[in-house]
Design a protein around this ligand. Structure first.
Ligand SMILES: Cc1cc2nc3c(=O)[nH]c(=O)nc-3n(C[C@H](O)[C@H](O)[C@H](O)COP(=O)(O)O)c2cc1C
Length: 346
């Protein structure tokens, strides 16, 4: 089952459940596995111009963490776990990479599943050069300017100011004659301002939001992974949905949700918040291709009797401004003093 088509920024995809960029999409086998499992689109692993960004892959490490905070033994991850990791970019020559992408595109075309090229920003001019070449092989390019590892290593960047976002996206936009999607960090004072800047610089769609920098002591005098890392978990979902819903309210730009979707219900919540498609990685990492097929089938079954365009953003009708909410009765569990100050008007 491949579900119903989702069109984002001019790109027609098989359904709204996309596989996000990661090591799972770093080989042709990986791309094909995702395509055959029913992905709506697949975003290939990011590349950029920097040898240092590629070397970072040599120190990649991954720790799955239970909701109770325990690091799982290897191979014992569960769907609801968080993931703390280090990662780097694909260790490939650009020509070889473009050939691999082209093979993935060809395989996906037969199933209506586009393969999207991805660049994690290092130097904008170099990103523009790569994006130009990439657009000859793929139908769309995603530019990630929200790398959580960008705070630890300058070979990949996390832009958190609107001017910097605008300038970087502009440089890449003028070099690419294909849909350009820009993936933003969730860790900025005003993510909507970043989305506005990306759109005004010419992004065809905006991805919200990247994973967060994270740190987890192991209480034995050390730290999980022995370093900082990037963090994502199901608990990140409402934080991602916040920015999707806020951007949907403020801007007229197609949105792609990411960060925190582990179930079909999570994907639907992204859509209801305003995303037209959702990039999933960790659920697939833990559950394999069967997990992806399950998400696609679950989303498709729910949308069966509904119009996708109407469903996208539908939750916003139920989200009021604080100022428009009439007083509510204090819940019985509120501490006595809080109830007392509310009733006395203080
Ligand atoms: C191990 C790992 C590697 C990733 N590598 C990239 C990358 O190279 N480029 C990128 O744009 N996003 C990368 N991401 C982010 C994912 O594409 C996705 O946005 C993120 O994992 C949030 O979705 P999830 O909660 O479904 O995992 C990576 C994520 C993980 C877990």
């Amino acid at each position: 089952m491949t579900g119903r088509k989702a069109t984002v920024g001019g790109l027609v995809t098989a359904n709204p459940v996309w596989v996000g960029s990661s090591e799972l999409t770093m080989t042709l086998d990986g791309l094909i596995t995702c395509i055959d499992a029913g992905a709506g689109a697949v975003v290939a692993k990011s590349v950029n111009e920097s040898a240092a960004a590629r070397r970072q892959l040599d120190i990649a490490d991954y720790a799955f963490v239970s909701a109770g905070g325990r690091v799982r033994p290897a191979g014992a991850a569960r769907r609801g776990d968080g993931l703390l990791n280090r990662s780097g970019l694909a260790q490939v020559d650009l020509d070889d990479w473009l050939a691999l992408l082209a093979a993935g595109v060809e395989h996906g075309a037969a199933r209506g599943c586009p393969v999207i090229g991805s660049i994690t920003l290092g130097d904008p001019v170099a990103a523009a050069r790569i994006a130009h070449a990439m657009a000859g092989a793929v139908p769309a390019v995603e530019l990630n300017i929200g790398a959580p590892h960008g705070r630890e290593a300058s070979a990949v960047r996390q832009l958190t100011e609107a001017d910097a976002v605008h300038d970087a996206v502009r440089v890449v936009r003028v070099a690419v004659d294909a849909p350009l999607f820009v993936k933003l960090p969730g860790q900025a004072s005003d993510v909507v301002a970043l989305a506005r800047a990306a759109r005004s610089a010419g992004a065809d769609a905006v991805g919200l939001v990247g994973r967060y920098p994270g740190f987890l002591p192991d209480l034995d005098g050390g730290a999980v992974l022995g370093s900082w890392g990037a963090w994502g978990s199901p608990a990140c979902l409402p934080m991602s949905l916040y920015w999707v819903a806020k951007a949907r309210t403020a801007l007229d730009v197609p949105l792609v949700g990411t960060n925190g979707a582990r179930t079909a219900t999570d994907v639907l919540r992204f859509l209801a918040s305003g995303a037209r498609a959702v990039e999933v990685v960790t659920a697939l990492w833990i559950g394999g291709p069967a997990a992806l097929a399950e998400l696609v089938a679950g989303v498709d079954a729910y949308l069966d009797a509904r119009d996708l365009d109407e469903f996208v953003g539908s939750a916003l009708a139920g989200a009021r401004e604080y100022k428009d909410i009439p007083p509510v009765r204090p819940p019985a569990w509120l501490p006595y003093t809080a109830r007392w100050s509310r009733s006395s008007g203080r």
